[in-house]
Design a protein around this ligand. Structure first.
Ligand code: PMP
Length: 461
């Protein structure tokens, strides 16, 4: 039975509570229903073709419509659709995937714990980091430090580690023994609050907030620090190059585990397999999800370094796991996905061809009258919409200029996301240079339409 868009929207608003959505407001206008995907494009139920410059939710890295992934899922479902790894059993795909992940990870990682999502992966991080210190006779070493405007998922632990205040306000978060430091956001914080510092100096300053927090809490009480190499949901915040090495130095000095949340950055997004490689650091734990299966099936997990694994494994049961930890179908799809990334040299392509090409094109947007800053890292990028460039003046946040821009994108065949007045993209890693050109034309068109609208509303002079 084929329903019309309106019929689907009516059912959607009657029965479906959407994540991170004002459901009542959505019901009034109706959800846009996406029905098909191919390569970097998606189509809605009214037949509009849209350039998906967000790869779904930062995940469809090999693009839509890859038959290899569908075939892998089909074959595994026919062979063995499910079996668990709980009771001294294992499955072929989950074993092969564990080995493959060890192969593509930095050398300290030889073991993996599987989850069904990034959020569950970060819950695992909390359990594992605290358990590790407990095994070493330091059960009080359990505080985990994250960052304001960081995003680590939406479960109780994930949302607590993250620094999204709107999330903390609902459901009694954060859970105990989680602390936050300020983010290394040069444009918003460095440039305005520390004008005497250059960007690299600000990177060191932002890292020093970790040292202050550790000293404040007591190093004997801090289990781990967690951060996204590049903050994704927070607005593609790319830290100064000085930041991560200094964070690592501080973690080592105070014997605090270093955790990178690679849910967005992993599997090539930044031009290396892992964001930690782009920023030159060696974490003790890494969370992954999204790009591991290019979003075709839910899968996540934690890469566990020898340092942590050796201790935890020596101490018997780890009382933690999910029904779908190591799901054989998800594992089979992930293997096919990683094989595509390897065989087609997609990560190398991002590092040497499409990443630099996007950088050149995207950073040139700084010449647009609305753009106050534009930066990229691999195939992720962010720009800031500003009221005036000299002197640099932001729009009143309440005007929602980012949402105005997003609306124009939505109406003109481009998915670009708004985080406040920061517009962000993370196109599929298979996006070609010609497709980057096509995307840039759409972005410029939508910036122009936004400029016309803000002028007509009298929001700029
Ligand atoms: N960590 C990061 C860095 C993320 O970007 C996300 C999702 N956007 C998550 C964790 C949570 O992953 P999931 O939605 O799969 O639970």
């Amino acid at each position: 039975m084929k329903l019309t868009t309106q019929e689907l929207q009516a059912l959607d608003s009657a029965h479906y509570i959407h994540p991170f959505t004002d459901t009542a407001a959505l019901a009034k206008k109706g959800a846009r229903i996406i029905v098909k995907g191919e390569g970097v494009y998606i189509w809605d139920s009214d037949g509009h073709k849209i350039f998906d410059a967000m790869s779904g939710l930062w995940c469809v890295n090999v693009g839509y419509g890859r038959k290899e992934l569908a075939d892998a899922a089909y074959a595994q479902m026919m062979q063995l659709p499910f079996y668990n790894s709980f009771f001294q059993t294992s499955t072929e795909p989950s074993i092969h995937l564990a080995k493959l992940l060890a192969d593509v990870s930095p050398s300290q990682f030889n073991r993996v714990f599987f989850s069904g999502s990034g959020s569950e992966g970060n819950d695992t991080i909390v359990r594992l980091a605290r358990h590790y210190w407990s095994c070493l006779g330091q059960p009080q070493k359990k505080t985990i430090i994250g960052r304001w405007n960081g995003y680590h998922g939406s479960t109780m632990a994930g949302a607590s580690l993250g620094g999204m205040e709107g999330m903390h306000q609902q459901g009694g978060l954060p859970i105990p023994d989680i602390a936050h430091i300020q983010q290394p956001y040069w444009f918003e914080i460095g440039r305005t609050q520390f004008p005497e510092l250059c960007k690299d100096e600000f990177g060191l300053k932002a890292a020093s907030w970790l040292e202050e927090a550790i000293l404040d809490i007591g190093a004997d009480r801090v289990a781990a620090f967690i951060g996204e190499p590049v903050q994704g949901a927070g607005g593609v915040i790319i830290p100064p190059t000085t930041y991560w090495p200094e964070i690592q130095r501080i973690c080592r000095k105070y014997d605090v585990l270093l955790v990178t949340d690679e849910v967005i950055c992993g599997f090539g997004r930044t031009g290396h397999w892992w964001g930690c490689e782009t920023f030159g650091i060696e974490p003790d734990l890494m969370t992954f999800a999204k790009g591991v299966s290019s979003g075709y099936v839910p899968l996540g997990g934690v890469m566990v370094s020898d340092r942590v694994a050796d201790v935890v494994i020596a101490h018997g049961d780890f009382n933690h796991g999910y029904t779908y930890s190591g799901h054989p179908v998800a594992a089979a799809v992930a293997i096919a996905n990683i094989n595509i990334l390897r065989d087609e040299k997609i990560v190398e392509q991002v590092a040497h061809v499409t990443g630099p090409y996007l950088k050149k094109k995207f950073e040139a947007l700084i010449d647009h009258p609305l753009v106050g800053d534009a930066e990229t890292c691999g195939l992720m990028a962010g720009l800031v919409l500003v009221k005036s460039k000299s002197p640099l003046t932001m729009f009143n946040a309440a005007l929602g200029v980012g949402m105005v821009c997003r609306g124009h994108c939505f109406g003109n065949g481009l998915i670009m996301r708004a985080v406040g007045d920061r517009m962000i993209i993370a196109p599929p890693l298979v996006t070609t240079c010609a497709q980057i050109d096509e995307m840039m034309l759409l972005i410029i068109k939508c910036l122009d339409l936004t400029l016309t609208e803000v002028k007509s509303r009298g929001w700029v002079d």
